[in-house]
Ligand binder design. Structure first.
Ligand code: VAH
Length: 313
């Protein structure tokens, strides 16, 4: 790692990127973390920002060399529900974006990459309880197919070209600092905003749809921990299972009612229900705990308390 790391966050205006940029700037200094997204953003007021299209290898290379970047966090992607509406763009963006960044490391222009996978790599015939690191993976969404293929390519570039790429299979992520990005788990963010705004929420998943979830501070912690881990501790170079807390819409609604007693929820499942039904209900993250000490800080109660406290401000 360079004595002075210069970090580029691609997809910096998204749900994860917004919080990740803040955290990375706290650690590395504002001027050493370049935010970048496909269109201009208010982030430009907070520190270095570049408008760039991750699918344009030339433009990406120009940004990387101009800022002397040595580490890239590649967050740009079409998520599950959006990619089902635009399959071709979903595949092209998720894959070409990854190849463009992997090739920068293959050519030794950068020396470390973070690339997120997802529990979406698992499919309808994957064991759904405590899904293991190694198991059947037949994803049935464009997003999941692109993440499974991406994992294979990350491992290939590590073994074939010694590219130091690290990856986590994120569960559904919940935070208060940014809007969710068009996924199937977005209900778990919307529910808080609607509970505070109107006292009611119509959920697009059925009440007992249990999914693996995680509070954003835990996801950001895991992302930075795996990127800062010694290379020899990162034994899995496809992507690590990561687990926070699993819950259903009914369970999170009960937790919110402890803060807003007359909050009411109704259920109107839409096309995202069959995506959710193809995913695991809980994840076994023991490899991440064993290899680089992963441990979540937030359970459902602590997450809900923190979300309500911050959204009420
Ligand atoms: C999505 N939030 O819903 C993302 C994530 C596991 C879910 O990949 O597509």
């Amino acid at each position: 790692m360079h004595t002075k790391d210069k970090i580029l966050v691609i997809g910096s205006s998204g749900q994860i990127g917004t919080e990740l940029v803040h955290k990375l700037r706290d650690i590395y200094g504002v001027d050493n973390v370049i935010a970048s997204d496909i269109k201009a953003s208010n982030q430009a007021k907070e520190g270095p920002f570049e408008v760039a299209n991750v699918m344009d290898a030339h433009q990406l290379g120009e940004v990387v060399t101009r800022h002397n970047v040595n580490q890239v966090y590649l967050l740009a992607a079409l998520l599950s529900a959006t990619a089902e509406k635009m399959p071709k763009l979903g595949w092209e963006l998720n894959m070409q974006g990854l190849f463009n960044v992997l090739d920068l490391a293959k050519e030794k222009i950068i020396d470390r990459i973070y690339w997120p996978s997802s529990i979406a790599v698992f499919g309808p015939n994957t064991p759904r309880e405590n899904t293991p690191q190694y198991t059947i993976m037949e994803p049935s969404t464009v997003y999941g197919i692109s993440k499974q293929a991406g994992e294979r390519w990350c491992e290939y570039y590590f073994h074939k070209y010694n590219v130091d790429v690290r990856s986590l299979r994120y569960p559904g992520l919940i935070g208060w600092q940014s809007a969710p990005g068009g996924g199937t788990t977005d209900y778990a963010v919307h529910i808080f905003h609607e509970a505070l705004r109107t006292g009611t929420y119509e959920c697009f998943l059925s009440e007992n749809t249990t999914l693996p979830m995680m509070y954003m501070p835990d996801a950001i912690k895991a992302t930075i921990e795996i990127m800062q881990a010694d290379a020899d501790k990162v034994k899995i170079r496809s992507s690590y299972n990561l687990a926070g807390v699993s819950f259903s819409p009914k369970e999170i609604a009960e937790e919110i009612k402890k803060h807003i007693p007359d909050f009411s929820i109704s259920y109107k499942p839409d096309s995202r229900q069959q995506i959710a039904d193809s995913w695991p209900q809980s994840i076994d993250a023991s490899e991440a705990s064993k290899d680089w000490g992963w441990k979540p800080d937030y359970d459902l109660k602590r997450m809900t308390d923190d979300m309500m406290q911050n959204l009420k401000k």
